[in-house]
Design a protein around this ligand. Sequence first.
Ligand code: PMT
Length: 396
Amino acid sequence: MSEKRILLIVGGGIAAYKSLELTRMLRKAGVAVRPILTRAGAAFVTPLSLAALAEDKVYSELFSLTDEAEMGHIELSRSADLVVVAPATADLMAKAAQGLANDLASTTLLATDKPVLMAPAMNVRMWEHAATRRNLATLTADGVAFVGPDEGAMACGEYGPGRMAEPAAIFEAIMAALGGGARPLAGKRALVTAGPTAEPIDPVRMLTNRSSGKQGYAIARALAALGAEVTLVSGPTALSAPAGVTRVDVESAREMLAACEAALPADIAVCVAAVADWRPADTSGKKLKKGSGAPEPIALVENPDILATLSRGARRPRLVVGFAAETNDLEAHAKAKLGKKGCDWIVANDVSVEGAMGGDDNTVALVSAGGIERWDRMAKDAVARRLADRIAQEFA
Ligand code: PMT
C-alpha cells in the first residue's frame, strides 16, 4: 500500500470528525493522503488537525495563487489513485451529479479521471429526498462507488439512514477499491448469513429478534477485502450492502435457507444470522382482530436449521462456521452446538454483554475441535477482520 495515494475530500458535516480517524488509519497502512477541506468542512474540523494527521498540506481554495502555483487543480484531481469523499454531503453529491464546478472540491470531482468512492452523511430526510435519490442513481450510473450510509441516531436528534459509515468500513472499501493488501481468498466463494429473520403472523405482525446485521455485514466486508467472492444472505436490516458483495434479501428462515442453497457451491459458509427457531404454524392472510375474550395462543412449528443443513449437505462448503448467541454457559453450549450442527467452528458469542446484539462491540470465543480461543471484547469490525484472517489461514 505504500505507493498508493488517496485524494480525500472532507465535506461539511458533523461526521467530518470521523475522517480524521480515517486519515490516521490510512497513514498507518502506508497510504498517502492528500486532503481537500471544503469551506463547510472547515467549520467542523480544522485544517491543522487534518494536515497533521495526513502529514500533507490541506487544499481548500480553487483560486488560491499559492496552491495553483504549487499544484493546479487539474493536477490535484489526477494526483491520486482514488478520490474519496467523506463525508459526502447532500450538497457535494448534488454538485457532482450535475457536474457543477464552482469550488475546489466540485471542480476536482469533475476534472478527475480516477475512480471515486463516496461515504454519504446527511439528515435522514435529506437522504430520503427524491432529489438525493436521483443524484445517487446518477452518480452510481456514472461509476461512483458508495460505502454507507448507516442507520442510527443522528447528531440532529433524528433516527434513520444517513449516518456516515464507520472509518473501519470506509477504510476497507478503500482497500478493496485500491485492490491492495493481501488477497489470500481470491478465487474462493463465501456465503454469509446476517441479520434477523422475520416470521409472519399476519400481514402486519411478525416474530423477529434484535439482530442488527452489523456483525454479519462486517464479516462479509472483511472476507471481500481478502479477495473472496461473497454472497450475503440478509434478513431485514437497515444496513447498506458492503462494496463488492452480492446481497440477497430475505425475510423468513425458509427463504434464507432457499437463498443459501441457491448460492452454493461455496468454499466458505459463515452463518451469523439470528434465525428464528420457530415460526407461527399458520399465517393469517388478514390482520388478526382483537376478540372480547383471552387472545388465541399462537401455535409454533420448528424452522429448518440452515447451519446444520449446510454442514450436512451433499454440497457442504469446505469450511462451515456457525455463531452461538448465549446468555449463560457460553463455551459448554457452543461445544454442544459444534457437534449438533456439524460445523467446523463455532464463534461463541456472549449476548448478555451490552452491545453484542444490535451494538458495535462483541465478545467472542472461537470454538473448534482443536480447542477454545478467547478473544477480548472488540469492535464488530475487528472481530470480522480477525475471523477473516483465521479463515484465510485455513486456505493458505
Ligand atoms: O446482528 P448483530 O446485532 O450484529 O448481532 C450479532 C449476533 C449476536 C446476532 C451474532 O453475533 C450471533 O451470535 N449470531 C448467531 C445468533 C443465533 O441465532 O445463535 P443460535 O445459537 O440461536 O444459533 C446457532 C447457529 O445456528 C447460528 O450460526 C445460526 O445462524 C444457526 N441457526 C440457528 C437456527 C436455525 N433455524 N438455523 C440456523 O442456521
